[in-house]
Design a protein around this ligand. Structure first.
Ligand code: ADQ
Length: 466
C-alpha cells in the first residue's frame, strides 16, 4: 500500500489534551492508516537555512519540520501568503499587497520545501499538498524529477477570474497547479471560478470527468467539501466538560438567551458587520434589550500583519460603543473574548447557545457552522444563521441564510430565530445534521485520496504549457 506524504505550512502531532482541530485529527488518522510523514515549517526561525529536518513521533504519526530564515517568514508567510493571497482569494483587493519581494520569497520557500521533502519521497508514495501557502510546491517537486501522484487541496475560496487578474503573477500561479494530478476545491462555486479563468485566460478545455487540459498538461479537478469529526464532536457535546461549560453559561446569563460567534480574528469573518447586525437588532427590537446577549469568541491571529492589528482595534472600539449604548447595571449586550477554548468546552458553549452567528464575508468552508450543528441537543436544537458567502452554505441550506453585509438581514434573521417554534428548529436541524454526519472529515479525506489513487502513476515529466 502507498504511504502518504502530507505537506502543509504547519503540522500538528497528536496530543492527549483533546484540544486539536478536527482537520488535524483526520489527517493524523489518514497518516496512521497509511503510514508516512507530515512535513512542514516548524514555526521557528534560524539564522541561515540549512534544510535540517527535525523528526517527531507521537501516537503513530511522524512529523518532519524545517526552520526558515526570518526573511522567508516575512516574505513567504506574513508576505505573499497572508498579505497577498489570503486577502485576494477572499475578494479583498483593497487589502491585497503586491510586492515583488513577496513573490520571490514565496518561490524560494516552496523550493526549499521541495528540496528538503523531495528526498524523503519513495517511489510509490502518495503526496498530498495543502493550501495557498504551497501552490508552486508540486511544480518544484516535478522539477526535481518527482513522478509520484501529487494532489493539492485548497482550503480557501478561489477568486473570480477578473479579480485574479489583478495579481501580476496570476498566470504563473495557475499554471503551477497543472503540475498536480488532482486539485480539490471546497465547493463547486470556487471550482467554477477556477475553470472560468482556465478557459478564458489559458484557452483550456474541460472534459466531463473533470479533467482540465491546457496544452500538453492535464489535471483532474473536483469539489470536495471538508467536514468535521462529527461523531466525536457529538460525543464531546454530551460529555461532562461540555455539560459543565453549558451550566456555567446558563448560570452567568441569568435566564437570558445566548447568541454565540466563534471565529479566528480575521477580516474575512465579518465580525464588524456581525456586531453591527446585532446592534441593529437591539435598536429595532427594544423589547429584547436585556433579554438577549451575544458572546463573541475571537482569538487573535496573524498579529504580525498590520491589517489584523487594525481589525482588532476596530472591534474593540465597536463593541465598546455598542455596550456603552445598550448596557445596563445588570446587562452587557456583547461579551467579547479574545482567547481560545478547549474543544470540549467550546462544544458546551455551542450547546448553550440558542443561535449561532456565522457570518463571514467570504469563507472557503467554515467549520464552526458544522461544529455548532453537531453540538446541539437533538430534542431542542438552536438555530444556525449562516452567511450565503461561506462554502458551508452550499451544504447547510436549512440554516437561516443571510447576506452578511446587510445589518437588516442579520437583525431580521435573529428575530426569526428567536421566534422559531421548536418543531421547525428540529426539522431544520435534522436535515443539517444528516449532511454533517454523512459528509464528515473522514469522508472528505477518503474521497480525496481515492481520487488521487485512481490516477495512473508514474507521471510524465513536466512540460511547459502550450
Ligand atoms: P479557518 O479560517 O481557521 O479555516 P474555520 O473553518 O471556521 O476557519 O475553522 C476554525 C477552527 O478553529 C474551528 O474548528 C473552530 O472550532 C476553531 N476555533 C475558532 N475559534 C476558536 C476558539 N476561540 N477556541 C477554540 N477553537 C476555536 C480555514 C478556511 C476555512 C475552512 C478551514 C478548513 O478559512 O474556510 O473551513 O480552513 O478547510
Amino acid at each position: 500500500m502507498s504511504r502518504l506524504i502530507m505537506i502543509s505550512n504547519r503540522v500538528q502531532l497528536p496530543s492527549s489534551g483533546g484540544n486539536q482541530g478536527g482537520l488535524a485529527v483526520a489527517l493524523q488518522a489518514a497518516l496512521r492508516d497509511k503510514g508516512g510523514i507530515w512535513f512542514g515549517w516548524s514555526g521557528e526561525t534560524t539564522e541561515q537555512f540549512t534544510g535540517e529536518i527535525h523528526y517527531r513521533e507521537a501516537n503513530g504519526v511522524t512529523t518532519a519540520t524545517i526552520d526558515l530564515e526570518q526573511q522567508d517568514v516575512d516574505e513567504y508567510y506574513d508576505g505573499f501568503a497572508n498579505r497577498t493571497l489570503w486577502p485576494l482569494f477572499h475578494y479583498r483587493i483593497d487589502l491585497t499587497e503586491f510586492e515583488r519581494d513577496f513573490n520571490s520569497g514565496y518561490a524560494r520557500v516552496n523550493r526549499r520545501f521541495a528540496e528538503t521533502v523531495g528526498p524523503l519521497i519513495e517511489a510509490d508514495d502518495l503526496v498530498w499538498v495543502h493550501d495557498y501557502h504551497m501552490i508552486p510546491l508540486g511544480a518544484e517537486l516535478r522539477e526535481q524529477g518527482c513522478a509520484n501522484r501529487i494532489g493539492f487541496f485548497l482550503h480557501i475560496p478561489w477568486p473570480p477570474a477578473d479579480m485574479l487578474l489583478s495579481l501580476p503573477s496570476h498566470r504563473e500561479l495557475v499554471e503551477a497547479l497543472f503540475a498536480y494530478d488532482v486539485v480539490g476545491f471546497q465547493t463547486q462555486d470556487w471550482l467554477d471560478s477556477f475553470l472560468h479563468y482556465v478557459e478564458r485566460q489559458l484557452g483550456g478545455t474541460i472534459a466531463e470527468d473533470g479533467t482540465v487540459t491546457v496544452g500538453e498538461r492535464s489535471v483532474r479537478v473536483f469539489a470536495d467539501p471538508i467536514g468535521i469529526e462529527t461523531a466525536s464532536f457529538e460525543e464531546a457535546a454530551a460529555a461532562a466538560p461540555a455539560r459543565h461549560a453549558q451550566e456555567r453559561m446558563y448560570m452567568s446569563a441569568t435566564g437570558r438567551t445566548l447568541i454565540v460567534g466563534v471565529d479566528r480574528l480575521d477580516y474575512s469573518k465579518g465580525l464588524e458587520e456581525r456586531f453591527l447586525g446585532f446592534e441593529r437588532f437591539l435598536s429595532l427590537h427594544p423589547d429584547f434589550r436585556g433579554l438577549v446577549y451575544m458572546l463573541q469568541i475571537a482569538p487573535p491571529s496573524r498579529e504580525n500583519v498590520e491589517t489584523y492589528r487594525a481589525i482588532r482595534a476596530g472591534l474593540d472600539a465597536l463593541s465598546g460603543r455598542i455596550n456603552g449604548e445598550y448596557s445596563d447595571m445588570d446587562y452587557v449586550p456583547i461579551r467579547y473574548v479574545n482567547k481560545g477554548f478547549a474543544r470540549d468546552v467550546l462544544a458546551g458553549i455551542y450547546r448553550a447557545a440558542r443561535i449561532c452567528l456565522v457570518t463571514p464575508l467570504r469563507d472557503g468552508m467554515n467549520l464552526v457552522a458544522k461544529e455548532y450543528v453537531a453540538a446541539q441537543d437533538p430534542a431542542d436544537p438552536g438555530v444556525l444563521i449562516l452567511s450565503s458567502f461561506a462554502g458551508a452554505a452550499a451544504q447547510l441550506k436549512d440554516a437561516l441564510l443571510v447576506n452578511p453585509y446587510s445589518p437588516e438581514e442579520i437583525a431580521d434573521a435573529i428575530a426569526q430565530a428567536l421566534a422559531m417554534p421548536r418543531a421547525e428548529r428540529v426539522a431544520r436541524w435534522e436535515k443539517m445534521i444528516d449532511i454533517v454526519r454523512r459528509e464528515d472529515v473522514t469522508w472528505w479525506c477518503n474521497r480525496f485520496l481515492d481520487m488521487l489513487e485512481r490516477e495512473p502513476a508514474p507521471r510524465a515529466p513536466l512540460h511547459q504549457l502550450g
